[in-house]
Design a binder for this molecule. Structure first.
Ligand code: PLP
Length: 382
């Protein structure tokens, strides 16, 4: 029998999905409103232990788009973005015709460098006479960025921070003996429930809003910006970005296993590290003191790009999916003309980094087998 394909990151049902979908259908809430949406939003607020209101939306990308509109970002404004990320972090900046200013990562978290961020803000003010209008910080692969420092710098210049926590639901930083969860730092933050994330709603996203007023504005914009009038009246440009209640039913079912998924992805990360410990030249993404990553994906840096590519091929021949680390935005044809600041540490990660299968459904044996393939390859070719 052919070996089953192992994917990088796939959905892991809790078993409650069918029940909650049936409840939604039986009550005829088969639309972009309904009790499952309300329960899903409440479950997220409670898990994140935040007083800030959560608004679910049709995707993480939609959440960022609305956040930028709500912050008043206009054509020609500059928005600082983490350079090493998935393209969805940057595209909404283009949707509002603002200019992305790309900032390199730093070596510990692989996320936006506070030092380069400071230089960037100062240089943009010098060059344009205006400060950037927002900063988008990402928690890559689940690892919290240096958020306390980033927020301090942003506060000095009174620039709002949007936290892209699409990959980091369940990650947190302990501050004064209290867990502060990713997505609740900064002015607002967003999550994604795409099928490959730590939990899924099949698709979907959420904005963790600053306050009720912002939440109300986001709901207004996501529902076609209907003015309160007895007829259809519109004075603002709206969007159709609401989450489906059927998707919310899936998300709600997944909330019951979120913590288990976080623990399992962490176990997988530490199992890979111990199974690959024969080769100390391999590097992993590591947590700073008081940082906890959900380790959405386990990423390994190999000593060379050639070796990384060979390992990827070797895994592929064994029906195992792996992916290079995100290609930095300044190397993307779409963003090659955007101003870039940094020392190209992101390129180093892109050239050597490989993301390994990290789904919470994987068994210990799967991880052992994948690590053995890598170990054997390195022994024979490294
Ligand atoms: C998945 C992802 C997004 C986009 O989320 P969608 O729900 O797919 O729109 C944004 N940023 C990062 C870093 C992501 O990984």
């Amino acid at each position: 029998m052919e070996k089953p394909q192992i994917y990088l990151s796939i959905a892991h049902p809790s078993g409650k999905e069918k029940q909650y979908i049936s409840e939604a259908i039986d009550s005829n809430w088969i639309t972009t409103a309904g009790p499952q949406i309300v329960r899903f939003e409440k479950a997220l607020e409670s898990y994140l232990d935040t007083p800030n209101p959560v608004v679910t939306l049709s995707s993480g990308t939609a959440a960022l788009h609305l956040a930028l509109i709500d912050l008043g970002i206009e054509p020609g404004d500059e928005v600082i973005c983490q350079d090493l990320t998935f393209v969805a972090t940057i595209n909404p900046v283009k949707y509002v015709r603002a200019i992305p200013i790309l900032v390199d990562s730093e070596k510990d978290t692989w996320n936006i460098s506070p030092d380069v961020l400071k230089e960037t803000i100062a240089d943009r003010i010098k060059k344009t006479g205006k400060k950037p209008k927002a900063i988008i910080a990402v928690d890559l692969y689940g690892m919290p960025a240096r958020l306390p420092e980033i927020i301090r710098i942003a506060a000095d210049y009174e620039i709002p921070v949007i936290e892209d926590a699409a990959e980091s639901l369940g990650s947190y930083i302990t501050i004064n003996n209290r867990r502060k969860f990713c997505s609740t730092f900064g002015d607002c933050g967003y999550l994604s429930f795409n099928g490959n994330k730590i939990i899924t709603a099949s698709t979907g996203g959420a904005l963790i809003c600053r306050d009720e007023a912002q939440a109300a504005r986001i709901r207004f914009l996501s529902g076609q910006a209907k003015d309160s009038a007895p007829h259809y009246q519109h004075s603002q440009l709206g969007y159709n970005y609401n989450l489906s209640n059927i998707c919310a039913a899936v998300g709600l079912a997944q909330m019951e296993v979120l913590q288990k998924h976080v623990e399992r992805r962490r176990e997988i990360r530490f199992r890979y590290q111990s199974e690959l410990s024969l080769f100390p030249e391999l590097e992993f993404q590591n947590e700073l003191p008081n940082y906890v990553s959900n380790y959405w994906l386990t990423c390994v840096l190999f000593p060379s790009e050639t070796l990384r590519d060979e390992i990827k091929k070797h895994l592929e021949m064994n029906r195992i999916e792996s992916r290079p680390i995100w290609k930095p935005m300044h190397l993307q044809p779409l963003y090659k003309d955007s101003p870039y600041y940094g020392t190209k540490f992101g390129e180093y990660l892109f050239e050597r980094g490989l993301c390994l299968p990290s789904s919470s459904i994987l068994k210990d044996d799967d991880i052992t087998n994948i690590a053995a393939l890598i170990n054997n390859y390195l022994k024979n070719h490294g």
